[in-house]
Every structure is written in structure tokens, then in C-alpha cells.
Write a protein that binds this ligand. Structure first.
Ligand code: NDP
Ligand code: ZN
Length: 180
């Protein structure tokens, strides 16, 4: 059983590394994109205390549909319905204009399943820490602030999911004078 769980997680990490191989983060040093999805999974295991394998797998795969053109069916065939559904739940509808997608995240957050909320919280925590660490190329201070304000509205709709993640997020927002 343990060997299978281990294999299932590494299969996801490997799949994500292959799918994101040509992508980079928006920071000056162009960090490999896959660092982000591994970091989100790491937050869930090491900070949130999560041991639900499907949630960890979904964290590793969470940007594959949105950012690499991977289909729901490919994930379903490779990793099963449960994981594929979770990834779908945290995927933005790319047919919508960007501002509309950002509004949809705020509106959809409270309606998400408990497991999708965990991935959403860890994703926001990783991205906000990344923004605090280094400003993306071409971003003004106002754009960073605007991103924190929008993220706080998404996170406000995810309350009551995981204390450790919410406490860390609350502190990051408080640093910028934002209360959720
Ligand atoms: P983007 O959606 O363009 O960028 C943020 C996303 O990029 C994150 O959610 C994350 O998504 C990914 N990402 C990649 N590298 C990094 C990194 N190093 N640090 C953090 N995130 C990273 O941002 P917005 O368009 O939302 O911009 C922020 C705000 O600024 C908006 O509210 C917007 O209104 C305003 N603004 C926007 C402008 C524009 O041109 N769009 C111009 C001026 C202001 P993932 O988890 O998927 O990796
Ligand atoms: Zn992400």
C-alpha cells in the first residue's frame, strides 16, 4: 500500500515536471514553474498537516489544465476521476476575459469542496509569499498591492478550512494593512 501511494505521488510530480518543463515563474531569475506546484504540495503536507493523497496529487497537477493545455480526460486516464475532478475544480475558465476570471474566483471560492479549498488556500499562500520575496518582472508596487487585495477577497471565501494556512495568510495580509 505504501509503495503504491509513494509511486502515485511521484508519478504526479514527474507528469507536472514534463508538462511545465518550458515554463518559468514571473520573477527576475525565471525560476522553473514546477517549483510552484511542488511548493504548493509541500505547504499542504508540511504546514497544513494534510495526508489525503488525492489532495497532494491535485496540488502537484493543479496548473496543468490551466497552463499546459492538458485535458481533463488525460488526467482522468492517468490519475483517476477523483484527482481529475479536483484539478478541474481549481481550474479557471480560460474562455472568460481575465477580469471576469478573477471575479469568478471570488464568487466560486465559498462553493468549492473542502479538498479544493485546501489546494486554493495553499496556492494563494505560495503565490503571496513569492510576491513578497521578489517582485515579478514589470510589476509596479501598485500591481502587487492590487494582487494582495484581490487574493484577500478569494481567501475570505475559503474561511473555516484549515487554521494553519488561514493564520499564515492572515499574517501576510496584515503586513499590508488588509484584514480578512
Ligand atoms: P497575473 O494573473 O498576471 O499574475 C499573477 C499570477 O501569476 C499568480 O496568480 C500566479 O499564478 C502566477 N505567477 C507566476 N510567477 C509568479 C510570481 N513570481 N509571484 C507570484 N505569482 C506568480 O496578475 P494580475 O493580472 O492579477 O495582476 C495583479 C493585479 O494588478 C490585478 O488585480 C490587476 O487588476 C492589476 N493590474 C493588472 C495589469 C495587467 O496587465 N494585467 C496591469 C496593471 C495592474 P499560478 O498559481 O497560476 O502560477
Ligand atoms: Zn498555482
Amino acid at each position: 500500500v505504501q509503495a503504491k501511494l509513494c509511486r502515485d505521488i511521484i508519478r504526479c510530480a514527474n507528469f507536472a515536471a514534463l508538462k511545465h518543463k518550458d515554463q518559468r515563474r514571473k520573477d527576475e531569475i525565471q525560476t522553473p514553474y514546477v517549483n510552484h506546484v511542488i511548493g504548493v504540495a509541500h505547504i499542504l503536507t508540511n504546514e497544513a498537516g494534510i495526508s489525503d493523497i488525492s489532495v497532494i496529487q491535485a496540488a502537484l497537477l493543479h496548473d496543468t489544465i490551466e497552463d499546459t493545455g492538458t485535458s481533463f480526460y488525460e488526467l482522468q486516464a492517468e490519475f483517476g476521476e477523483d484527482v481529475a475532478n479536483l484539478v478541474k475544480e481549481v481550474t479557471d475558465d480560460k474562455t472568460l476575459p481575465k477580469e471576469e476570471r478573477k471575479l469568478q474566483q471570488i464568487l466560486n471560492a465559498p462553493k468549492s469542496s473542502y479538498r479544493a479549498k485546501l489546494v486554493k488556500l495553499a496556492d494563494k499562500l505560495y503565490n503571496l509569499r513569492d510576491l513578497r520575496r521578489a517582485t515579478p518582472v514589470g510589476w509596479s508596487k501598485e500591481r502587487v498591492d492590487e494582487y494582495f487585495r484581490w487574493a484577500s477577497r478569494v481567501v475570505a471565501g475559503l474561511k473555516g478550512t484549515n487554521k494553519a494556512l488561514e493564520d499564515s495568510l492572515r499574517d501576510l495580509f496584515a503586513e499590508r494593512g488588509i484584514t480578512i
